[in-house]
Design a protein around this ligand. Sequence first.
Ligand SMILES: NC(=O)C1=CN([C@@H]2O[C@H](COP(=O)(O)OP(=O)(O)OC[C@H]3O[C@@H](n4cnc5c(N)ncnc54)[C@H](OP(=O)(O)O)[C@@H]3O)[C@@H](O)[C@H]2O)C=CC1
Ligand SMILES: CC(C)(CO)C(=O)C(=O)O
Length: 319
Amino acid sequence: MLKFLIVGAGGIGGYYAARLLHAGHDVVLTARGAHLAALQEQGLTVQYGDEVWSFPVQAMDHAGVVARYRPDDFDVVVVTLKSTATETMLKELGPWLFHGKVPVLSLQNGVDNEPELASLLGEHRVLGGLAVRIGGHILQPGVVEAEGPAQVIMGEWPVAAEPGSRRALLEQLRDEFEAAGIPTTVSDNIRYELWRKLVINNGVNPLSALTGLDTQSLTHHPEFQKIVRGMMAETVAASKADGVNLGSADLAEMFELISNFNAIKTSMLVDKEKGRPLELDSIAGAVLRRCSQMGIDAPYTTTVNALLMHSQTASDQSA
Ligand SMILES: NC(=O)C1=CN([C@@H]2O[C@H](COP(=O)(O)OP(=O)(O)OC[C@H]3O[C@@H](n4cnc5c(N)ncnc54)[C@H](OP(=O)(O)O)[C@@H]3O)[C@@H](O)[C@H]2O)C=CC1
Ligand SMILES: CC(C)(CO)C(=O)C(=O)O
């Protein structure tokens, strides 16, 4: 059995934590505020389809982790924060993590989290990863709802090296995740996989937050689906700045995947409804920065990003 530290156990982290706890692993969760208080007092409850799982959990804030544990007490640290929280987390846990050897696996959307982790810890400590075909959200403090097969794709950051300890750990993690009911693939090129996921996220997340529509409504709408495809095409173009070279087949595959998946409220729409910070800079911003670097126009992403930033400013002013 393995010992996991799941950093930022909200929709995604809470769901995977429940699967791992159910399989008998030792899991420590980090959270804050009312969600943390509920986890400590009532435990973690996950609603998945018709099933409801409840577990008492070890949950604490980041100061609690630093006070109670050494980094190498854990076999792996899994980061399931929003990208907007990665920098703060590195201030809170970075110096503690720095003095250990434990690998850190990011399961966040976006292509800039792993480089941020690697800039402090070194690439040899970082595992890239993503959560695919899952919708998962905090319903109320201590309670998470999740849907979809909830796959994980992960790999050595930035690409697979010679066989070594990180590869061995990834294979062990894959086997343990599979046994826990988490379909998992180890990729030799995780940066490519992260960019493919960004095609989906830039395609639907900002537009869903702007319109209030779920992924099915957007991808099956005669006009909105053109915008989704446009934002996906701009993400494909942006990937070249990172030497990833996605192509039209990736766009077609990612559009198929999201348009045939459940009608999901994207994580950005949920954040918008709850008045929380949006992962806009790490999704649309990441695409726009690369396009601008290459001198390419990205009119769909520019427009949706600007409208969403404007609506955020307007709602901040009226709050
Ligand atoms: N939700 C989804 O369906 C999917 C999400 N993803 C990606 O997975 C990642 C995680 O998303 P999601 O699970 O929705 O995120 P959530 O917002 O549900 O969970 C993150 C949790 O981390 C907490 N947190 C933030 N900062 C700190 C801190 N400094 N100390 C302790 N706790 C902290 C948050 O608390 P607080 O609320 O107080 O900020 C929240 O409870 C994102 O990158 C997202 O894009 C990928 C696939 C699907
Ligand atoms: C679009 C979706 C649900 C795909 O898994 C996602 O990644 C998100 O909501 O952030």
